[in-house]
Design a protein around this ligand. Sequence first.
Ligand code: GLV
Ligand code: GLV
Length: 318
Amino acid sequence: SRPRVIVTRRLPAPVEAALSERFDAVLNPDDVPLSRQDLAAAMRDADAVLCTVGDRIDAEVIGAAPRARLLANFAVGYNHIDIRAAQAAGVVVTNTPGVLTDATADLALTLLLMVARRAAEGERLVRSGAWNGWAPTQLLGAQVTGKTLGIIGMGRIGKAMAARCCHGLRMRIVHYNRSRVTEPGVPCRQLPTVEDVLREADFVSIHCPGGEENRGLISAERLALMKPTAYLINTARGDVVDEDALIEALENRRIAGAGLDVYADEPRVPEALRALDNVVLLPHLGSATRETREAMGMKAFENLVAFFEGREPPDRVV
Ligand code: GLV
Ligand code: GLV
């Protein structure tokens, strides 16, 4: 009989059609997030679970002896999955790298431009009906073209962001990456430490993975190294930044502003952050284009197909 695949959220129609044709797929047409109990039940009752970044798949949810043998993650980041627990329970995990690189870099650039040019503030002004017309000193932001971009994490998305900012905005690029980057794709300088990047950059854009290895990487001490005129952009994972320290730095204008697409405890966005004018806040939209979400779904599908045909899934994490 066909493998049973529980799909935790609603997916683009062509993806759901492909899943239903090939598998005994349990879809979620109402798109209601699964509770912990539902997720644990899915691990017990299905041969595979197609999960998303909103599903916290910890050791308890995975359980000691799940029926599920594959977690097909609909995302490149997998810090919401306890990888070690999955491995211990014999569950293979796959992700969706590559297909969301451009969409995420596009969104990082959107945030960078929005926060520098105070686009969200301007938009709120117009919508409020309070705009009185052009003025020489109204809503002045920071020039972007020609400034220095600092990238933390020069993987696929970091490189795509660097290319946009180098070619489109003639920015100088410096970056930090744990290992040596041999083909950055654009003229840039790899600096030895995160601190070096924070000190030099006018814009810092985070593109490293979340989870244990990078939790709190952008700490109070490191934020204090940034120029008071600099901006922080985060489209990676909220836990990479000490959110309380960031709020304090923004409140005290120790940095100029931040553009955020991700948060430490989504969907909770601290009230103190929402009260600030010098931040742009988006609801985790990095990969949210029709093209990319469909491609991510088809990638998850291909991983499922490969696994159940006894082949090595192309995007196996563990
Ligand atoms: C989305 O956040 C992803 O990691 O793909
Ligand atoms: C994501 O695809 C990355 O490696 O940056």
